[in-house]
Design a protein around this ligand. Sequence first.
Ligand code: TXA
Ligand code: MG
Length: 335
Amino acid sequence: MNTSTPAPAPLAAATLDAAVAALRAGKPVGMPTETVYGLAADARNPEAVARIFALKGRPLDHPVIVHLPAGAALHDYASEVPAFAEALAKTFWPGPLTLILRRQPWVSDAITGGQDTVGLRMPAHPVAQQLLVAFGGGLAAPSANRFGHISPTTATHVRDEFGSDLPIVLDGGPCAIGIESTIVDCSGARPRLLRPGMLSVDAIERVVGQLDGDTQLAPRASGMLEKHYAPRAPLRLVSRAELERAELERGDREHGELARTPHARVIALGSMPAGCSGVVLPDDPDRYARGLYEALRALDHGGDAPILLESPPRTPSWLAIHDRLGRAAAGSGEH
Ligand code: TXA
Ligand code: MG
């Protein structure tokens, strides 16, 4: 995992004060993290947490991750912390890893979705930490997108999602990682992978040994996938050969393309035909992840024009990207 992007500027005192005052008043704030932007609210105020659910249009039984200031104790929120969870937090926090732990009784159902566990993460983004430390407590934050839509990776994306419904969006620049955190369930006897992320299974297994859960690239039926991370346009995952064939078949009819290397048509014509748009993302998982959601937003014009997406290799370093692409394709109504 390579997180080398320019260091985001710290918040000005007045901006930070306004954000903290809003949070204390129970209002949501758009917050950058190193993975994706979050929609933050005071984790100790169930009404504030309910407001983020209402703003997102998210069902109430979906649990939300609590973001912690550096130095916070896991036991503030978790009733049981197995040694493997301690080891993961010690090794990877602050960073793009969420741990699911048995909750303290005081943690509200608004956060846990009524479950007896809570998701905890200490983000590494300096602006997130500036906010968390100034606020002085945990912030519940789902990704800052309307339910089922693509996660935001810039402050502009967040403003595009919520407009005047969300007056405070802190700008921490583009997210260095670009897809959501790796989630490991630590509430059972053994750690279990719930959601792959750019913090790899390999890195985690070096600390805690073999993970339970689907850590391979097992193909999943689209009906099994949550409708999530979806652009509005139909999205089709295709091989390189299929991409080039589909391109010929579609001719100049409108479509979008997300390729890993410049395709024949761009090379031959110097540009895409009118009405068609193409994005080429780097053939490197870290840089691909960083650009993925921005590219999907750029290609998603809301119409029926399909997005053809060149499928990345099925190797472990692309696991999290495949997970998100599979969900996006499933959610878009085409596969
Ligand atoms: O990178 C991230 O994780 C971003 C940034 C903002 O931190 N957050 C994020 O939140 O992706 P959200 O709400 O979009 O997704 C959180 C995921 C959901 O799939 C939810 O089901 C799972 O975390 N989750 C949260 N608490 C859980 C719990 N107690 N048990 C099982 N899953 C949980
Ligand atoms: Mg989300």
